[in-house]
Design a protein around this ligand. Structure first.
Ligand code: SF4
Length: 218
């Protein structure tokens, strides 16, 4: 099967399994989504969703986040990994939004990536999920599955993002990145499979017998 045929089959299977994938991080608007995505770095969405209700109740806007202050933010997000640096970044990010963006979340990659703690993946999630702009945020699940499905060499997340954008129609990107994440969490974990067990890989690679060795994200 050629690479494009594999990509087409993956897209059809995932669309059938997750026809309308929900956004996994709870939020109220663009600002609270941005905060939730920032908090989710190296942490599960479930854990983030446990701490954000209390945080958003008192700091649902950049101004209120600033007024809350770093020590109180830290107290509220402490159950999350990297909480010290995340609390600092939330203060800096909120300050920049108030001072440079009239307290609104900007709508360009360049402006988003200039915010503290916001890299290309976080900016891509916000562009896709808040503003409906086609983007393909690549997390560890997507990076791993794209290799197991033979859609990328997996040299880096940047390369994986470029490869996937070439293989999938632009109108499918925003649902597809979520569909791959859901599939990865349910079926295709780092230790749960070696690339030979479930239906999608068996269809893509019926003769595969050896484990797939995946490159870690860089
Ligand atoms: S066979 Fe394994 S690696 Fe392939 S999609 Fe299924 S769970 Fe993932």
């Amino acid at each position: 099967m050629k690479k494009q045929e594999r990509a087409d089959l993956v897209r059809l299977r995932l669309q059938a399994m997750y026809p309308d994938p929900p956004i996994p991080l709870d939020h109220r608007d663009e600002f609270t989504l941005l905060v939730a995505v920032l908090l989710s770095a190296q942490c599960t969405d479930k854990k983030v969703n446990e701490v954000t209700p209390e945080l958003f109740a008192v700091a649902g806007t950049p101004q209120k986040m600033l007024e809350l202050g770093e020590a109180e933010i830290l107290r509220l997000i402490r159950p999350i990994g990297l909480s010290n640096s995340k609390a600092k970044n939330l203060m800096k990010l909120s300050q920049r939004l108030v001072e440079h963006h009239d307290s609104a979340v900007p709508r360009t990659f360049e402006e988003l990536e200039a915010l503290a703690g916001v890299g290309h993946k976080t900016a891509s999630v916000v562009m896709a999920q808040s503003f409906g702009v086609p983007a393909f945020p690549v997390d560890t699940h997507i990076h791993r599955l794209a290799q197991r499905w033979g859609l990328t060499s997996g040299k880096s997340v940047t390369q994986t993002e470029m490869d996937l954008k070439k293989l999938f129609p632009i109108e499918s990107w925003n649902d597809l990145h979520l569909q791959i994440i859901y599939y990865g969490r349910e079926h295709c974990t780092a230790r749960g499979c070696d690339g030979t067990k479930c239906e999608i890989c068996r269809e893509l690679y019926p003769k595969r017998t050896k484990a797939v060795v995946c490159q870690k994200p860089s």
